[in-house]
Design a protein around this ligand. Structure first.
Ligand code: GAP
Length: 511
């Protein structure tokens, strides 16, 4: 599908947002009954199931690489954020409307209206762009002031009278128990630890739905590594010849498009700094393929030197092309060096060191794979929402089957006690293992549509033959093909379909 222009993107956004609200995926800004609080959203039942799939997929990826999960507090005393550098440096540009005094992030204002990334532009360039392209206040259409200031993104609070802040990333909180983690991993680096949990940022005027929330979920993996071993990374051997869509900061500046390059080549040409870091970028890229996002929609964008976060020596984003907002960062991969542990050692007066076999002490480096989980959830809805022929009014959510919120729908053909009793029995049996939706109201055609609308891959219908013969039809969402199967085989069949041990067309041949 061709990339949409700005107007098409805006129209599509309205359509997708109304779809995801009506179907019970995402509601907000919440709380709606009080007029909504910008940047805060509620996941309805189908949205929560979809987000669970994203989080389970990331969790499986990290576990399959031998990493371990922890959970840390989300509120920490300000000394932590002073040490990490967030209190002083974690801010965004703001521009004020001269008429209504509303504040906006000027980079986002530009990106909302023009197909460019504003992150590499200086403040002067931003102001010049706004003037030249006649960008006005989105609230009152007043003129924007010709000055840019910066605002902290930290969310402040008080705990028992002391200053504290909500964490703006899970990462910092994963570094703080380093002494315990190091002991637990028997003082043997490298080791990997991840967290899936909430983070908070006081985003300036967030207007990009789930992409820019003030409360959101991150799934960040941290690899603690000896800096001397960054280029002796065993897992690198298996992935070094994989070509990835790298887009260097130099190519971005020169307007050269993305070129797939082998990880090995990227290291040789000093595009990326080490084998271990290259492997982290590969792992993050692979995760998006695991979500089922088509490869032509994924690219790896290197940060410009002036754009990098204060903690990062090297930074690449995994960007996905959305039909609503264009290319969007969904994950950041950072080489944070020894920055964090050094800072926390200084502020806590603790030794945050590891030891080599020869007794040498050193501060480990940290390589970070920073996924959010709200943005990928939104991405699946953006990419796989499809409105079929308008005259039929048939909306589909063609999400890849393994990411679908609900595994299977069960319907009695009609609302007759003998049919509903059997359908409910099957539902109860399948629910032990699968997420099941049960629906007995409306025509069977309408129920098939409702089920496809939330992306459910299969629908089982109980009819009068089911009572006599003990079988039922199972219907495939995309092909609309149907097969009759014994009721006792339904769970096994669904399991095999999910594990891709059998295809639906294979089942048809057996019918
Ligand atoms: N620990 C590094 C870090 O936080 P980041 O690039 O600022 O890096 C990582 O954030 C990911 O967190 C992003 O790629 C995005 O998926 C998610 N994220 C960041 N800010 C967000 C926001 N305001 N709303 C939703 N997701 C956000």
């Amino acid at each position: 599908m061709q990339a949409k222009n700005q107007e098409e993107k805006k129209d599509f956004l309205k359509e997708v947002v109304s779809f995801i609200q009506e179907q019970g995926f995402i509601w907000g800004p919440s709380p709606e009954i009080y007029g909504g609080f910008a940047g805060f959203y509620t996941y309805g039942p189908f949205g929560k199931l979809l987000k669970n799939r994203i989080e389970e997929s990331v969790r499986r990826t990290f576990f399959s690489e031998g990493m371990r999960e922890i959970e840390c507090p989300t509120v920490l005393p300000d000394i932590v954020w002073k040490a990490s550098g967030h209190l002083e440096t974690f801010s965004d540009r703001t521009i004020e409307c001269s008429k209504c005094h509303a504040e906006f992030n000027p980079n986002k204002l530009i990106e909302e209206n023009h197909d460019i990334s504003a992150d590499s532009l200086s403040e002067e360039e931003i102001l010049a762009f706004i003037k030249k392209n006649r960008i006005f206040c989105p609230s009152c259409k007043g003129a924007l002031k010709e000055e840019i200031s910066s605002k902290s993104l930290m969310m402040k609070t008080k705990v028992a009278g002391s200053d504290a802040s909500l964490r703006p990333e899970t990462a910092t909180t994963t570094y703080l128990p380093f002494p315990m983690l190091n002991n637990l991993f028997r003082k043997k680096l490298p080791f990997g630890v991840f967290q899936i949990g909430k983070a908070y940022r006081n985003e300036i005027s967030p207007r990009q739905h789930l992409l820019r929330c003030r409360e959101f979920t991150q799934a960040e993996g941290q690899v603690f590594i000896d800096p001397k071993e960054k280029n002796i990374w065993e897992k690198y051997q298996q992935i070094k010849s994989v070509k990835l869509p790298f887009w260097s900061s130099e190519s971005q500046k020169k307007g050269i498009s993305v070129k797939p390059v082998a990880v090995e080549e990227a290291i040789k040409s000093k595009l990326i700094s080490s084998q271990a870091y290259g492997w982290c970028i590969w792992l993050a890229y692979t995760q998006f393929a695991n979500f089922g996002i088509p490869p032509e929609r994924i690219r790896l964008r290197q940060h410009h030197p002036e754009e990098k976060a204060f903690y990062a020596q090297d930074a690449w984003d995994i960007e996905v092309r959305l039909d609503t907002f264009g290319w969007t960062e969904l994950c950041g991969v950072h080489d944070r060096t020894d920055y964090d542990l050094k800072q926390h050692a200084k502020f806590s007066s603790q030794k945050l060191e590891a030891q080599r076999e020869n007794g040498e002490k050193f501060i480990p480096h940290i390589l970070e794979i920073a996924f959010g989980t709200d943005r990928p959830t939104f991405a699946l809805m953006d990419i796989f929402y499809t409105k079929k022929e308008k005259e039929q009014g048939k909306t589909m959510f063609k999400v890849p089957y393994h990411m679908a919120p609900v595994d299977v729908s069960v319907f009695p053909l009609m609302k007759k006690p003998e049919l509903t009793a059997l359908a409910r029995k099957l539902k109860a049996q399948l629910e032990k293992e699968f997420i099941v939706d049960y629906d007995e109201s409306g025509s069977i055609g309408k129920r098939y549509l409702r089920s496809a609308c939330v992306g459910t891959p299969y629908a089982i219908t109980i009819d009068y033959d089911s009572i006599e013969k003990g079988d039922a039809t199972i219907r495939d969402r995309d092909t609309e093909d149907q097969v009759r199967l014994p009721l006792q085989d339904m769970a096994d069949t669904l399991r095999m379909l999910q594990a891709r041990e059998i295809t639906f067309s294979g089942l048809k041949k057996l019918d």
